[in-house]
Design a protein around this ligand. Structure first.
Ligand code: HEC
Length: 176
């Protein structure tokens, strides 16, 4: 092997090591969020207009931030949802700094449960556009949660329409 061949080989090996390392770092902080994490809205905790849960069991801290009048940083595991087909879940710190570690989910829901249609960061869309595109307008202390007065442009739905969409969650069986 010539010296320059060695240099190329060294560079390829070294850069692939770097890539592997950065992936495993993100994997360490990625929570395992499967379809069973998304439940009938009645089974979640209500906070104002939306519902919350925590896939790591830390519901108390999630609720504390959601109910705060001054905002705050949602803890890892926080799951927030307004209507059955959309949710956001907070991973561990460092998963995706661009979205403050929130993952956006577009869901399909039926009596059988939840199917994940789309998941990820800024690339996840609904009919109105990028979830992140709208939610990033929330002022920093609100951690991408829009609410009604956190800085996002309002949705063209009344509270009554939102409540109706919540009440029609097909995942909720008759015992609820
Ligand atoms: C056109 C802008 C826009 C888009 C696109 C959008 N949202 Fe929202 N979202 C809002 C606004 C505004 C609210 C607050 C609505 C209210 O309470 O009246 C909201 C509410 C929510 C809530 C309840 C917590 C909160 O922020 O108030 C969740 C969860 C949510 N959206 C997730 C999503 C997901 C997931 C997507 C993509 C699949 C998405 N949104 C796309 C603007 C948007």
């Amino acid at each position: 092997m010539t010296k320059s061949q060695f240099k190329v080989l060294f560079l390829i090996t070294f850069s692939s090591l770097l890539v592997t390392r950065s992936y495993s770092a993100a994997d360490d902080v990625k929570l395992d969020v499967s379809e069973s994490a998304f439940k009938c809205l009645n089974e979640l905790a209500a906070s104002g207009r939306f519902f919350v849960d925590n896939v790591l069991g830390n519901l108390a801290e999630t609720l504390e931030v959601a109910n705060s009048s001054t905002g705050g940083e949602y803890p890892p595991g926080s799951l927030v949802t307004l209507v059955p087909i959309e949710a956001m879940v907070k991973h561990q710190e460092g998963w995706n700094p661009a979205t403050n570690d929130w993952e956006f989910f577009l869901l399909d829901v039926s009596a059988e449960g939840t199917t994940i249609v789309e998941r990820g960061g800024a690339e996840v869309l609904n009919q109105a556009g990028s979830c992140f595109g709208c939610h990033q307008l929330a002022r920093p202390e609100w951690d991408l949660v829009c609410g009604v007065d956190h800085g996002c442009a309002p949705l063209p739905f009344t509270l009554e329409q939102i409540r109706a969409a919540q009440a029609m969650d097909p995942r909720c069986t008759t015992e609820n």
